[in-house]
Design a protein around this ligand. Structure first.
Ligand code: NAD
Length: 287
């Protein structure tokens, strides 16, 4: 049976360490500050934002909330981002996605100052990450995937074969860049890939971010592999709604060496890296 990777415990340890570092800087500097912008009242977004803000408070990070109505005009949202960009007391800006359909998400993400882009979605940060530059702000979930793999395999992932299912800009592609930076051999699998199972089953580390509940069963997994399940799929079952990963946990656990659960695997790491990125921006800002 596979080891269950406890993402919550790893994220908690990371955040406790951050809290100590933030506390130690308190006497000489202002607290780090994260601005969170939520437009509309999407139920899942509300929960994500609430969790992020709660964590900020626990760590001593000041959170500044901008809750805007669904009808907010793009120009007004861009105006708020400009004022946050110019506010030297703000270290990070997070605009919760998805935005209402009348707002151009790309335009909004591109308006965030790259050195305050704690999600790592701005083209400047995407470019820096793909160039392997040290000052790139990398997206949170992919950083969590690398850390979870290292929690099992140790800090040196050099030479490991990694297969990533999903090629989105927020998970799959940046995860590929980060594993490549760890000297892994990376293969991207997506909806047009032929025989994805066979390719996935060659990987030492299998990252699944397809948004398809229980897509991956044991036939995709090399015996002894580490499986990182990014998927969060809310499905209706006779007993009510349930969160399912992209990985069929009960099947994969028969062959893998280690696997992340959903919930309690990648999810907590995403928030931990949001706080990590905010702290890195803060360090640059306060010198
Ligand atoms: P997306 O829809 O943008 O991309 C999905 C990708 O999966 C696409 O590239 C597509 O080609 C690929 N894909 C779809 N079906 C496939 C199949 N049958 N075989 C191979 N590839 C297939 O999704 P996303 O934004 O990258 O998110 C993926 C999942 O991760 C979602 O369930 C999302 O909710 C979850 N997610 C979780 C976190 C977290 O913190 N845990 C963060 C971000 C996203």
């Amino acid at each position: 049976m596979a080891k269950v990777i406890d993402g919550k415990a790893i994220a908690d340890a990371m955040m406790n360490e951050l809290a100590v570092r933030i506390e130690s800087l308190k006497s000489d500097h202002r607290a780090p500050a994260l601005a969170v912008v939520l437009v509309g009242s999407d139920a899942a977004s509300e929960i994500y934002v609430r969790n992020k803000i709660r964590r900020c408070e626990q760590l001593g990070v000041r959170s500044i909330e901008h809750r805007l109505p669904e009808t907010t005009q793009q120009s007004d949202l861009l105006g708020i981002i400009t004022s946050l960009n110019n506010d030297e007391q703000i270290d990070g800006i997070l605009v919760q996605m998805p935005l209402p359909t009348h707002i151009d998400e790309k335009r909004v993400l591109n308006a965030i100052r790259p050195d305050k882009d704690v999600d790592g979605f701005h083209p400047v940060n995407v470019g820096r990450l793909s160039l392997g530059e040290a000052d790139a702000i990398a997206p949170c979930t992919p950083q969590g995937c690398v850390t979870l793999a290292k929690s099992v395999l140790g800090p040196d992932l050099s030479g490991k074969r990694v297969a990533i299912v999903g090629r989105s800009n927020i998970v799959g592609k940046p995860a590929a860049a980060l594993f490549l930076a760890e000297n892994c051999t990376v293969q991207m699998l997506h909806s047009k890939t032929e025989s994805p199972q066979q390719l996935a089953a060659q990987a030492d580390i299998l990252v699944v971010a397809a948004g398809r509940a229980h897509l991956v069963d044991e036939s995709w997994v090399k015996p002894g592999a580490v499986v990182i399940d990014v998927g969060i799929n809310r499905v209706q079952q006779p007993t009510g709604s349930k969160l399912l990963g992209d990985v069929d946990f009960d099947s994969v656990t028969q062959v893998a060496a280690a696997v992340t659960p959903v919930p309690g695997g990648v999810g907590p790491m995403t928030i931990a890296y949001l706080l990590h990125n905010t702290f890195q921006c803060y360090l640059k800002s306060v010198g």
